[in-house]
Design a protein around this ligand. Structure first.
Ligand SMILES: [Zn+2]
Length: 237
């Protein structure tokens, strides 16, 4: 007969056994530090917890997986493991576009790409599929590769960039807040400028034009300089 212990549950006393793997001693008692089955080694008089009898991840639990492919309306993810050693019951995961971010996602295929590693929360498991969501900060893509040269992308200055070839990409990156297309207008504008590449040159021309023309040109210049300051502060964090 085997008995499963939960973390913190008393297995035996220190008089009888010593604390082995995945156990700890407290006030003369030996307790389980992880969920699992107790294994008594009578030769060495020690007890340990065997890791294989782990709990299966369910709704509300955090899981890790890899993007298998991306459709227009959902990301299909092969789940690999759960947080805190929990195992995966149903490995086929799906992340519907409405569960991706708090913001509106217009082009799902630019927020997830095949082979990205993803951290997500289980919403539900039914009909052989695990439903996932990645709305909050901390969830989303945790590792991604450059679609140009396959190097690992690095998150820096609020952008996900390839330090090998300079490619800048979009993802539902786990460290970012307010992911989606409906953020404040000035952020959208900044993103477009950032992707445009030769942003600095373009801005300095606008600036001169704005000074000459006044009116709406001058207003554009002020907005742009605010964007630049925000960007700079972000880089110092
Ligand atoms: Zn690259």
């Amino acid at each position: 007969m085997t008995k499963i212990f939960i973390p913190g549950e008393t297995i035996t006393t220190q008089e009888e056994f010593s604390a082995g793997k995945k156990t700890f001693a407290e006030n003369g008692l030996i307790k389980a530090s992880v969920l699992g089955e107790a294994v008594f080694d009578k030769t060495n008089r020690s007890v340990s917890i065997s890791g294989h009898a782990t709990e299966t991840a369910g709704p509300g639990d955090i899981v890790f997986g890899r993007v298998a492919f991306v459709k227009d309306s959902m990301v299909v993810i092969d789940l690999v493991k759960g947080e805190n050693g929990k195992k995966i019951g149903v490995t086929k995961g799906q992340l519907p576009v409405r569960n991706v971010a708090h913001g509106y996602i217009s082009n799902l295929k630019s927020y997830f790409k095949t082979a990205d590693s993803v951290k997500a929360r289980i919403v539900d498991i039914k009909d052989g599929v695990t439903d996932l969501e990645t709305k909050d900060k901390g969830l989303g893509v945790i590792m991604a590769f450059c679609s140009n040269c396959r190097n690992e992308l690095k998150f820096s200055n609020d952008k996900l960039a390839c330090f090998e070839c300079g490619h800048v990409e979009q993802r539902k990156w786990f460290e970012q807040t307010n992911v989606g297309d409906d953020g404040p207008p000035r952020n959208n504008r900044f993103d477009r400028n950032g992707r445009g590449g030769d942003r600095r040159g373009g801005r300095s021309n606008d600036r001169r034009g704005g000074d000459r023309r006044e009116g709406s040109g001058g207003r554009n210049f002020r907005n742009d300089s605010n964007n630049r300051r925000d960007n700079f502060r972000g880089g110092q964090r």
